[in-house]
Design a protein around this ligand. Structure first.
Ligand SMILES: *Cc1c(COP(=O)(O)O)cnc(C)c1O
Length: 821
């Protein structure tokens, strides 16, 4: 199904400027950063609280994009070569187009909603059904007002079944999603906790979700929850397929859990049926029964279902960047192998690779029904993402190698994983960023193992999605136009430098700040090209500051004069600098008595260009010191006035750190400096910010032993056993950043839902735990030192310090793993 721009105009816009009516549109774009196919893409300029999509039109137009959906008042006269479809509301127009597209297909469409389990149920249905149907489904968890239309837009003539998720956060939203998905089969998963933000109560939430089923021929749901039961009661019987107890269609009789599997027995149409799944947690059992109901409803034989259920795979929804052999980085995406997930992974690869060369190792697509056409799209995506090296594994890719080699000279093909493994060591992967993406049947796990660097088993996991979320959370408190400088000093508070900076650059933060020139050089070398401020420039680093276009902080007359002289000797003009004012911290900076001389110096030496003037608040988190904070701001304002009057031009003014962004909105000036909050730590006890933890430090158990009452554990015999105990040794010590103050019962680590106290002194590379009270612990089990389950704030308290110190002390020998959710 192809639409010309004229067709689309007929569907969504009565007011269009069309210069090329026959232009075919294949792709819809809402995020300007993700442009791949300029000539066949239609951009929807969506409006959000912080962003107006119309601001990106100029840049997209320059990149070759020709078709735009904009609001009525947009002035298109600057873009004579482009098509403009003018509408009241760009989001509604996107939804309208998708709804129209959906109407062109008569295939069964499964619409899934619920509070938990939507994505798992969708992915499992795909795993269970993909050999019987050619399936189109929502990529990842695209289930929002924007995600749903983009998912539905993927439908084409080759598909025989569609599976889409719908997620809502407030009343009124489901009507729009229902109209786009138009499900013929409705599926309700778990509806979760009694209360959730956006809804008055659970009844309202269920009623709203139920709207997805307005026109469905059948609704598949459980009757395990009184609120759901009351919704069921108002429905016609023949529109329901219920699982649960009593009068359900699929009556669950027995759930038996074993070590790593669960047997579920039920009666269906008066027959006893059962399946076994390789999971034991309650959520998986519930999701599996939901899938089972869908398959039975579709009329699939239970004997066939049994075979498929046995091999259900966990759904891995995140992309991870890990350090690998020979200074490579590896993204292993075993999620699934189809075109839409490949594009998401290529975006992540592109964003993370900076200037390093990129390699893609790809198997044949997982879709049994994929066509040559789809493989051509794979190739196009690879070209658009400027992939340097391509390795194709499988017969389908092998058959197309001539096409691939023509476009990507560095392409290599192997019929199977085994063939590839044979030559692996000869290929010499080095200093590259590698995307490993294989359909499940290819078992790319073996390739992954060869790439993995097994140094030791302690890892700092960094959740880049959580970081982006935290950034947004703070941006809510800014006036439009207020800039953000992200503090990435000390390896981004321990979380890693280039990887974190790439994400910040991607999210269009305005400035980065590091403590030392080396840190800035590191960022530049990995392809970060946004402005970077260096807070502690030293004379010996002037050359690298200039070479790498880093902007130094000037904090004294001595450094100011030296740097000015340096620029003069080098014949450099107009170099950007940042002026630091000391308003009370008494660390670095010009004081009140210096302001006039500083002004005169800057006026007399125009080769220094003041990019910004800033100061640092010493106690912005505490109301006790609010008077002092005001005084600091007062002095700062005076400094800015004096400098502005002397130089005659304006500059960026900034004084607020994380705590001040929230507590002192009146002191944001032109830019704020976001530090600790970005990494998920809230420095204000009573704030309403909802931050997500970014870093999780975890290790593994090397050995477990019994130690008798009265015996001792560790150096200096400090850990004296008060009873017969079970002791576990973990692979982390003070050299990794596990603070020695945590020893002798002061600190604990999280293990299997419980806390295990540290026994005896912490060693350099290892630590012993008392696990007597924790059941079923085995060697190799993972422990969390801090993270989502054990907040870094708690660990800091045990050590009588602040989270900043705990986070920045994780040593460089601890491997960092980055992922996106
Ligand atoms: C570290 C630092 C910040 C960030 O402070 P947070 O409390 O982490 O938000 C801001 N400004 C300067 C000058 C800093 O050194």
């Amino acid at each position: 199904m192809h639409y010309s721009i004229k067709d689309i105009s007929g569907i969504i816009s009565e007011d269009a400027i069309i210069v090329e009516p026959s232009l075919i549109i294949d792709n819809l774009l809402i995020d300007s950063r993700r442009l791949i196919f300029p000539s066949t893409t239609l951009f929807f300029a969506l409006q959000s609280e912080r962003r107006n999509g119309e601001d990106f039109i100029e840049e997209l137009y320059k990149a070759g994009l020709q078709s735009f959906v904009v609001t009525k008042n947009f002035d298109h006269s600057k873009y004579p070569q482009a098509n403009f479809l003018k509408v009241e509301d760009t989001l509604r127009a996107l939804q309208k187009l998708s709804a129209y597209h959906r109407k062109q297909f008569q295939i069964p469409v499964i619409g899934i909603t619920g509070s938990n389990g939507k994505t798992i149920v969708k992915e499992w249905l795909y795993q269970l059904l993909h050999t019987k149907y050619s399936i189109v489904r929502s990529p990842k968890s695209y289930n929002s007002q924007i995600g749903v239309p983009l998912s539905v837009w993927q439908m084409n003539e080759t598909h025989t079944l569609a599976i889409f998720e719908a997620g809502i956060s407030q009343p009124g939203e489901m009507d729009f999603l229902e109209n786009i998905i138009q499900p013929t089969v409705g599926v309700l998963t778990n509806v979760g906790a009694a209360h959730s933000a956006g809804f008055i109560n659970k009844e309202q939430k269920v009623r709203e979700k139920w709207k997805l089923f307005k026109n469905a021929h059948i609704i598949i749901s459980n009757n395990q929850d009184p609120v759901i039961t009351s919704a069921i009661e108002t429905e016609k019987k023949d529109r329901l397929f219920i699982w649960g107890d009593n009068d359900a269609d699929l009556q669950i009789k027995k759930v038996e859990k074993f070590v790593s599997s669960t047997n579920i027995t039920a009666t269906y149409k008066n027959q006893v049926v059962s399946v076994s799944i390789p999971f034991t947690d309650n959520a998986s059992v519930e999701n599996a029964i939901t899938c089972w109901s869908v398959l039975l409803f579709l009329g699939i034989e239970n004997t066939w279902i049994v075979q498929q259920m046995k091999v259900l795979q966990p759904v891995e929804m995140r992309l991870q960047l890990k350090k690998a052999i020979n200074n490579c980085s590896l993204i292993n995406d075993s999620y699934s192998n189809d075109l839409s997930s490949l594009r998401i992974a290529l975006d992540f690869l592109h964003q993370q690779s900076g200037i390093q060369p990129t390699t893609v190792i790809l198997s044949d697509l997982g879709e049994v029904f994929s066509s040559d056409e789809q493989y051509k799209k794979v190739l196009q995506s690879l070209i658009q993402h400027k992939i340097n090296k391509f390795i194709g594994i499988g017969p389908r890719l092998g058959a197309l190698q001539a096409d691939f080699k023509q476009a990507l000279p560095q392409s290599f093909f192997y019929p199977s994983v085994e063939d590839f493994l044979k030559v692996f060591t000869n290929i010499r992967f080095r200093d590259e960023v590698i995307l490993l993406k294989g359909a499940r049947s290819f078992e790319f796990e073996q390739i992954n193992l060869l790439f993995e660097q097994k140094i030791h088993q302690t890892v700092l996991e960094v959740n880049l999605t959580a970081m982006a979320h935290n950034l947004k959370e703070y941006q809510h408190y800014l006036q439009p136009g207020t800039k953000v400088m992200a503090m990435v000093k000390a390896f981004s508070y321990g979380s890693g430098s280039a990887e974190v900076a790439s994400v910040l650059q991607f999210h269009k933060v305005d400035y980065l700040a590091v403590a030392y020139a080396d840190e800035g050089v590191e960022l530049r070398k990995s392809g970060i090209n946004m402005p970077v401020m260096v807070m502690n420039p030293e004379t010996i680093t002037f050359q690298s500051l200039v070479d790498y276009n880093l902007e130094p902080e000037m904090y004294s007359f001595a450094i100011l004069k030296e740097f000015n002289e340096y620029l003069e000797n080098e014949g450099l003009q107009q170099f950007p600098v940042h002026i630091k004012i000391d308003t009370g911290m008494h660390r670095l900076g010009f004081e009140e008595g210096d302001f006039n001389d500083l002004g005169s110096f800057l006026k007399a030496n125009p080769r220094l260009v003041v990019k910004s003037v800033f100061s640092h608040l010493v106690a912005s988190e505490s109301s006790t010191h609010d008077e002092f904070t005001k005084m600091q701001v007062q002095q700062f304002t005076v400094a800015c006035e004096v400098i502005k009057n002397a130089t005659g031009y304006s500059f960026i003014r900034h004084i607020s750190n994380s705590a001040a962004i929230f507590r002192h909105p009146q002191f944001h000036f032109d830019m704020v400096r976001l530090g600790i909050g970005l990494y998920g730590v809230d420095s204000i006890a009573e704030s309403q910010l909802s931050l997500h933890p970014v870093a999780t430090l975890r290790s593994t158990i090397a050995q477990i032993r019994k130690v008798k009452k009265g015996d001792t554990v560790g150096y200096s015999r400090k850990g004296i056993m008060q009873r017969d105990s079970l002791i576990a040794t973990i692979r982390i010590g003070y050299a990794d950043g596990f603070n020695r103050r945590l020893g002798n019962g002061v600190g604990q680590v999280y293990l299997k839902g419980k806390l295990a106290p540290v026994v005896g002194n912490v060693c350099m590379d290892m630590t012993m735990l008392d696990i007597t009270a924790i059941e079923n612990v085995a060697e190799g089990d993972v422990v969390e030192i801090f993270g989502a389950n054990l907040p870094v704030e708690q660990v800091a308290k045990w050590c009588e310090t602040i989270p900043y110190e705990i986070m920045t002390s994780v040593s460089q020998r601890v491997k960092r793993e980055y992922y996106e959710e």
